[in-house]
Design a protein around this ligand. Structure first.
Ligand code: PLP
Length: 264
């Protein structure tokens, strides 16, 4: 039996990120992928040229059908690009009805590496009360964490630990802050904040290559490992191993995605 994971997010026509990256990650780890598309994007590695949100009732119908499919129950959920407040509300409502207790990894996707916003301010404001409390793990990168300050009612210069405490106060199980956007150095550090536990630091080598869809891949891999029954810190560590292998392989070959930033 392979665990089933439901991926909720956007289609990226370049194949670099979004649901295609999620499904490839699940397949590589031996999990079954189910999907609900929130938005169709036309994008290359250089630009997002079009963005078409899927109607809210169709997003809800996909989630309901995915929850009601196949022999294996959905054992984890990963939520990526939501696109709008309406879709965020539809996702929260439908998950509460069909998959209320399933572990959920929420990647608060705000924009593509090429720059275009993938959700508006109203959508971010809806995500905080509706999906953050439902999340087992939230996986912001540093700019995403900073962008959550205003909707959380915190000053822009609030420290990382305080922002994470506010997110944990909303009810999410843990916050993994991805440090790839920090100033360059030989290593990159992610930090896992969990209420009642010491801060857990995960350091990895930084490679001189640019890759797309790394945030999607990390969150998806964590969801797959949670579906397989691993505890959260072990699921995060295994997911980071997978990313490290992808970076190392790309650095060895000397390739990468030309327009993605030099970060994880
Ligand atoms: N496009 C879609 C549909 C995504 O879901 C994401 C991230 O989750 C991105 C783009 C951003 O990926 P990248 O940072 O590689 O551009």
């Amino acid at each position: 039996m392979s665990p089933a994971v439901l991926f909720i997010g956007g289609m990226d026509s370049s194949g670099g990120a979004g649901l295609m990256r999620d499904c490839a990650t699940a397949q590589a780890l031996g999990a079954t992928a189910r999907s609900a598309v929130t938005a169709v994007t036309a994008q290359s590695d250089r630009a997002v040229s079009a963005l078409h949100p899927v109607p809210e009732d169709i997003v809800a119908a996909q989630i309901a059908a995915a929850a009601d499919t196949g022999a294996d129950p959905v054992a984890a959920i990963k939520v990526g690009m939501l696109g709008s407040a309406g879709i965020t509300r539809a996702v929260a409502r439908t998950l509460a009805r069909h998959l209320p207790d399933v572990p959920l990894v929420l990647d608060p996707v705000l924009c593509a590496s090429s720059g275009r916003a993938l959700i508006d301010a109203e959508g971010i404001a809806a995500m905080l009360p509706l999906l953050v409390p439902r999340a087992t793990l939230l996986t912001p990168n540093l700019p995403e964490l900073r962008a959550l300050c205003a909707p959380l009612g915190l000053p822009g210069e609030t420290g990382e630990a305080e922002i994470c405490a506010a997110l944990l106060d909303l009810g999410c199980g843990a916050v993994l802050v991805k440090g790839g956007h920090a100033p360059q150095g030989p290593t990159s550090e992610d930090r896992l904040y969990q209420r009642g536990y010491d801060l857990h630091r995960l350091s990895s080598a930084r490679y001189p290559v640019a890759l797309r869809g790394t945030g999607c891949q990390l969150a998806s891999a964590v969801a797959v490992h949670l579906a397989g029954g691993r505890a959260l810190p072990a699921a995060v560590a295994k997911a980071k191993e997978m990313l490290d292998q992808r970076f190392r392989a790309a650095a060895t070959r000397g390739d990468g995605d030309p327009c993605a930033p030099q970060v994880a």
